[in-house]
Write a protein that binds this ligand. Structure first.
Ligand SMILES: O[C@H]1[C@H](O)[C@@H](O)[C@H](O)[C@@H](O)[C@H]1O
Ligand SMILES: [Fe+2]
Ligand SMILES: [Fe+2]
Length: 305
């Protein structure tokens, strides 16, 4: 069965649909992209409460993440990784390197990361054929996960993957497994635990410190290496794990006008990032020349990481 939905309908509930036993059903977005009802484990996408072995690991991951992501930690990470003195390599070399890393925070995916990058990029390319910057943004959005690799300091999972959230102001209840924030040292700090904390109304997300991870790192790498990707592309990379904002509409009081414009693209992107996760492989050899041409257009041949 195929159901055609428009975007609003989708945003309010497509992910709420229950997988139906034995029935292959899909949602089709206005662009043509089919949203499966279930992930490859047979569960709803982003269901953090379902009982399973994998889910226990995911919950454990979030507990450590929420305990350790503090203002001080984020400041230290930013200082360290701003140096960009770890490795010199091309974008494609990084895609290949990413194949060696595993993401323990993701309830929907246990395929090699390069598959996820290509699945996202190919799905969005079909629906937005003229937006080549969006195809490339999709290809590189998760490359920051190389922080898990030994040559990048082999950061622990909690400092690299999972959803992100602002530090320096109150943690919102819409953040996955928010109950674990009570163990975060900033939770009881009166400078950091109010609605605005260290920020001011509509100060712009650029002035907000996000929990440290692959989003902020890849944004930094792209920007400092002089990418010509548009601001919406950089915004997608930097905030794609900020589900509290792009899905639950929390923290909107911190956004400025440019953020509001860019958020529209992020919400489009998110559907492809999340729902293209499957075990259907993309043939890397077939699509590589196309993506190489985009990399040449928007990035230098070698980047500092
Ligand atoms: O587990 C996933 C994964 O780590 C993604 O790369 C990240 O962007 C998502 O926000 C997160 O939920
Ligand atoms: Fe990600
Ligand atoms: Fe992703």
């Amino acid at each position: 069965m195929t159901i055609i939905v428009d975007q609003n309908q989708f945003e309010n509930g497509a992910e709420e649909q229950k997988p139906r036993n034995g029935e292959e059903s899909e949602l089709v977005l206005d662009g043509g992209f089919c949203i499966p009802h279930a992930n490859s484990f047979g569960h709803n996408f982003r269901d953090y409460e379902v009982e399973s072995e994998r889910q226990k690991g995911v919950e454990n991951f979030y507990r450590t993440n929420h305990n350790n992501q503090t203002v001080d930690f984020v400041k230290r990470m930013r200082e360290e990784y701003e140096k960009l003195d770890k490795v010199e390599m091309s974008i494609w070399e990084c895609c290949e390197l990413l194949n060696q890393v595993v993401d323990e925070s993701d309830p929907d995916l246990d395929e090699p990361q390069i598959e996820h990058l290509l699945q996202t990029a190919e799905a969005i390319r079909k629906d937005y054929p003229d937006q080549d910057w969006l195809h490339l943004t999709a290809l590189i959005h998760d490359l920051g996960k190389v922080l898990l690799h030994p040559s990048f300091g082999e950061l622990p999972q909690w400092a690299v993957v999972g959803d992100t959230f602002p530090v320096g102001c109150a943690f919102d209840k819409s953040v996955v497994h928010n109950k674990y924030f009570v163990e975060n040292p900033d939770y009881n700090n009166s400078i950091y635990n109010t609605e605005y904390g260290i920020y001011s109304e509509h100060c712009g997300l650029d002035n907000v410190m996000m929990s440290w991870g692959h989003d902020d790192y890849m944004y930094l790498v792209a920007k400092e290496n002089g990418t010509s990707l548009p601001s919406a592309g950089l915004f997608i990379i930097r905030y794609h794990s900020f589900y509290a904002l792009h899905r639950s509409e929390a923290y909107k009081h911190l956004m400025n006008e440019e953020d509001v414009d860019n958020l529209k693209w992020l919400q489009i992107f998110n559907k492809y990032d999340l729902y293209s996760k499957s075990n259907v492989r993309v043939n890397v050899g077939n699509v590589k020349p196309y993506y190489q041409s985009l990399i040449e257009k928007y990035f230098p041949a070698k980047l500092r990481w």
